[in-house]
Each structure stands twice: as structure tokens, then as C-alpha cells.
Ligand binder design. Structure first.
Ligand SMILES: C[S@@+](CC[C@H](N)C(=O)[O-])C[C@H]1O[C@@H](n2cnc3c(N)ncnc32)[C@H](O)[C@@H]1O
Length: 267
């Protein structure tokens, strides 16, 4: 399998990078640019502190408890707003699309705190997992979870799905769980994911879509979108199929409550 220096690139110049562990930096070849490695997370967005990164940095400490419904309060929130006992129900709709013996390059964007994929990744010791997120706070949590569970094949990277620090056609499978309702400029994100996927690469994911549950739509519009954790526009199912269908062949799609789940292939 290719080494990480063959996969990651500088998002500004697209040049090759090399690691300088002594000074906790990634250096960009043929330039003066370098990026910090913060506590094991490669930060390709140093200084970025906008409303989206702030929204998720501030949620990082309780995000895992919320999505996994670790207590009666968070379970109630998931039941009321999403109609599920925990968000493992959404994850369970798509993780089986990743084959049990997957042992190639997997891009997880956005990885968040990594809690919903931990069990799956435990079963993929041969995969090289590039875990990208915009929020350093979320990535720090993911890094802790992976360290605690002895997962050494995950590389946490702070990056933007709209300008991925990844070389063209390097990724065999992209997982995007709960990402597209958070991403701004979704069309750019789709094109970037397509760019980094190999020919016929697999694209698996799920996210909130409009028009399935009135109460959830109200909550998203009036609460989540205002707090920065969700970013409009929110597609309905027909819009999703049209937008994603421009770049990917749809192999499988399902709905659970107001979530759209998919398994696609690069066109
Ligand atoms: C709802 S969380 C999903 C995390 C994880 N996949 C899960 O299902 O638990 C959405 C994540 O999207 C990230 N995000 C938002 N905009 C992004 C961008 N432009 N590029 C990469 N990640 C982004 C946020 O930082 C946040 O961690």
C-alpha cells in the first residue's frame, strides 16, 4: 500500500509533503510552507476559526454522548428530534456497505469524534484510514478514542472537504456519515470527493434530507441551522438524487426517518 506521503498533499499548492516529527510539522516540498501536527493531528487549516469550526469545537465534549444516546436525556433528544433510539441506527444502515475484508485506502470525511465507526474500524485492521474533519476539537476526541482502542491505522487530519489535502484518485472508499447537512458548498464537496476517489471508487454515506419529517425539518431550520452545526441548503430526496447523480452511479439508497443513506460508485 502507498505511504501517507503519497496520499496527502498541501491543499494550497498541491505539492508533496514530508513529515518532520522532531519539530511536529509537515513540510511542503519546494516551498516554505509547513503545517503543525497538534497532538498527533495534522492541521492543514491552522488559524481557521469560523462559525462551523466553533460550532463543532464547542460540541466536541458531549457529541459522542449525544449521538450514542449514552443517557436517558440524550436518548430522549434523539427520539424526539430524529425518531431513533440512538444514531447507531443511522450508522447501521450504511456501515455494512463497507466490506468485512476492506484493506485499502478509506477516507472518512467528516470523522467527527469517530465514535459511530469505532466498532467497524476495529474489524478493518488492514485498511489505511484517513480521518478528515474541519473541527480540531472533534478530531482531538477522535484521536483519543483511537489511541485508547489501539487503532494505529487511522491518520487524523484537519482539512476542508471543499479542498481536500489528498492527491487525485488515491482513495478506494469514501465514507461521509452525517456530513452533507453540515457542509457548506455541497457541490464543491461532491466534486472533491469524486476527485480523490479512484476510478469506480465507492462512496458510502448518510445525512439529513428535507421533506420526510415535519418536526425534524422545523428543528433543523430553526435551531441547528442557526447554531452553525447544520448548513443550508438542505436537499430533499429528489434534489439529492439529481446532485449526487451528476458525479456518482447510485447502487443502493434507503431512507430511515429523515435520513438518506447511500452506496454509490464514481462515474
Ligand atoms: C454531525 S458531525 C458528523 C461526524 C461523524 N461522521 C458522525 O457521524 O458522528 C459533522 C462534522 O462535519 C464537520 N465539517 C463541517 N464542515 C466541514 C468541512 N467543510 N470539511 C470537513 N468537515 C466538516 C464538522 O466539524 C463535524 O465534525
Amino acid at each position: 500500500m502507498e505511504c501517507i506521503e503519497d496520499i496527502l498533499i498541501c491543499p494550497k499548492t498541491r505539492n508533496r509533503i514530508s513529515f518532520d516529527f522532531a519539530s511536529s510539522e509537515v513540510r511542503v516540498e519546494k516551498t516554505d510552507i509547513s503545517y503543525p501536527i497538534k497532538d498527533g493531528v495534522i492541521d492543514f487549516l491552522p488559524g481557521v476559526d469560523d462559525s462551523i469550526s466553533k460550532a463543532y469545537d464547542s460540541r466536541a465534549s458531549f457529541y459522542s454522548d449525544y449521538v450514542t444516546s449514552s443517557n436517558i436525556f440524550t436518548k430522549l433528544l434523539n427520539l424526539v428530534f430524529w425518531g431513533v433510539t440512538s444514531q447507531y441506527e443511522f450508522a447501521q444502515e450504511i456501515l455494512p456497505f463497507i466490506s468485512e475484508d476492506f484493506d485499502r485506502i478509506l477516507l472518512d470525511v467528516p470523522v467527527g469524534t469517530g465514535i459511530l465507526t469505532l466498532e467497524k474500524y476495529r474489524k478493518l485492521p488492514g485498511a489505511r484510514i484517513i480521518a478528515v474533519d474541519y473541527s480540531l476539537g472533534m478530531l482531538m476526541r477522535a484521536k483519543q478514542i483511537y489511541a485508547k482502542n489501539g487503532k494505529k491505522n487511522v491518520t487524523p487530519v484537519r482539512g476542508d472537504v471543499r479542498n481536500l489535502p489528498i492527491n487525485d484518485a488515491k482513495v478506494d472508499l469514501c465514507l461521509s456519515m452525517n456530513g452533507f447537512h453540515a457542509f457548506p458548498e455541497k457541490d464543491i464537496a461532491l466534486r472533491e470527493i469524486r476527485r480523490v476517489l479512484k476510478s469506480k471508487g465507492q462512496f458510502v454515506g448518510c445525512f439529513y434530507i428535507r421533506g420526510k419529517k415535519k418536526f425534524t425539518d422545523f428543528y433543523v431550520q430553526n435551531r441547528l441551522a442557526k447554531g452553525g452545526s447544520f448548513t443550508a441548503p438542505f436537499y430533499d430526496e429528489a434534489e439529492t438524487l439529481a446532485k449526487f447523480g451528476e458525479y456518482f452511479n447510485i447502487k443502493s439508497k434507503t431512507n430511515l426517518k429523515s435520513y438518506f443513506h447511500f452506496d454509490m460508485e464514481k462515474k
